[in-house]
Design a protein around this ligand. Structure first.
Ligand code: MG
Length: 231
């Protein structure tokens, strides 16, 4: 049993619902769109570089991704791309924004089981309007006491959340698919962190070392956590 937990925070993208595969699908279509200019992997590298350069300006989410795709079109085509290509990019982005929500296995069962026993919150990065829309569409909103849409998930961002929730780090458990965003900063503050890996992870979220911490737990699926939280 993991004891003395009061608040359980869930990451949203690739923890509650499918997200990263949609970005990868769109990126593959985007690379095909520009294949007359450069090979796929080169376009992909250019896009990633542009995204990283823009991250502090646009933040995380689909709209920033759309702007980075547009900028990449201009770079890759040396400002000669046909307007049709820009139309396509905007369409790809709007399709992503309008996607249905696909919940991951065991999510609803776990929320139902924990509801009423802990304070449940969502702690997610991304665009506020998009994340709010996804939560509404997911049908999960009523399980959560609080929804925190964060511009980033660094220690200072979690500190702000803990303060808002009036929760000590030792009583806080964060659950998510990203070691970098959902696990490391929470452990650094003295909180508990559960990693549920998703089959694919954005390069930006990857880390290359192992984690050893008594407050760190790793499970293959969301439902595996229940025996550790409910006696
Ligand atoms: Mg995630």
């Amino acid at each position: 049993m993991i004891t003395d937990i009061k608040v359980i925070a869930f990451d949203a993208d690739d923890t509650l619902w499918v997200n990263e595969p949609y970005f990868q699908e769109t990126e593959a279509r985007f690379c095909s769109l520009l294949e007359d200019y450069l090979p796929h992997h080169t376009v992909s590298q250019e896009l990633f570089k542009t995204e990283m350069a823009n991250l502090s300006l646009y933040g995380y989410g689909i709209k920033g991704f759309m702007l980075s795709m547009i900028e990449t079109v201009l770079q890759v085509s040396e400002n000669t791309a046909n307007p049709e290509i820009f139309h396509r990019v905007l369409e790809y982005g709007k399709e992503m924004l309008n996607k249905d929500i696909e919940l991951l296995d065991g999510v609803e069962e776990v929320l139902k089981a924990l509801f009423g026993k802990y304070r449940l919150v969502v702690a997610t990065k991304g665009d506020i309007l998009d994340q709010e829309r996804k939560l509404k569409k997911s049908g999960l909103e009523h399980y959560f006491h609080h929804i925190e849409i964060m511009s980033d998930k660094k220690e200072k961002d979690y500190l702000k959340l803990l303060k808002h929730l009036d929760c000590r780090p030792e009583s806080f458990l964060m659950l998510g698919n990203s070691l970098k965003s959902d696990v490391l900063p929470v452990l650094a503050l003295g909180g508990h962190a559960v990693h549920i890996p998703y089959h694919t992870t954005w390069v930006h979220e990857q880390i290359d070392h192992t984690i050893e911490d008594p407050r760190f737990y790793q499970f293959n699926s969301m439902a595996d956590i229940l025996p550790h939280l409910i006696s």
